[in-house]
Design a protein around this ligand. Structure first.
Ligand code: ZN
Length: 194
């Protein structure tokens, strides 16, 4: 079932979401939620969706970066972003650990802040300890765009949006991003608008 994606201004997007027990994860209600969130994310389309974005205050998110999305970038852009396909996965009760001190800054958007995008600095490498869709503990090690997606989705579970972390001067409509900046480096944007 396709769900409504809630927009900034809804309190649920600003509150800390609640953890789930493994047996709850395996239950019909959460399994149904996961299936609906997968459909909603694909339909949007997006590369991640957290439960608070569909009005559900639980520490659960779905992630998937499909090859067809990555192929919309030039090979150079994909390499610069460290972006490669990520198979569908569910993260529950995630704990995020930054690995190393390297960061990367790119334009990022959010389905709950429709029509806008801004530059956000994120850790380049992270480790996530969480439960999967079967309630089993897993460790995820990620870098590049995958690490960015994880940080973005886990922020949602803590009531944070990318606008809390963005470089404010870089905020723009996605329409203008596509029109003027899509094929321009972040450095060039800084040179002209910073
Ligand atoms: Zn988001």
């Amino acid at each position: 079932m396709r769900l409504k994606i809630w927009q900034a201004g809804e309190a649920v997007l600003r509150q800390r979401a609640h953890p789930l027990a493994p047996e709850e994860i395996r239950g019909e209600a959460v399994q149904g939620l996961i299936a609906s969130m997968r459909e909603t994310m694909r339909d949007a389309p997006g590369v991640g969706l957290a439960a608070p974005q569909v009005g559900v205050p639980l520490r659960l998110a779905v992630i998937e970066d499909r090859a067809e999305y990555v192929s919309m970038l030039t090979p150079a852009q994909a390499a610069e972003r460290g972006r490669a396909p990520v198979p569908f996965q569910v993260i529950v009760n995630p704990e995020l650990y930054v690995e190393g001190e390297e960061t990367a800054e790119f334009f990022e958007g959010c389905l709950s802040v429709a029509g806008l995008t801004a530059m956000v600095r994120r850790a380049l490498r992270v480790r996530v300890e969480c439960l999967n869709e079967s309630g089993e503990p897993v460790t995820i090690r990620a870098e590049g765009w995958y690490a960015r997606i994880l940080q973005h989705e886990i922020d949602h579970l803590n009531g944070l949006l990318y606008v809390d972390r963005m470089w404010p001067r870089s905020l723009m409509t996605t329409e203008n991003y596509t029109r003027y900046w899509k094929n321009v480096s972040e450095q060039e944007f800084r040179n002209r608008c910073g």
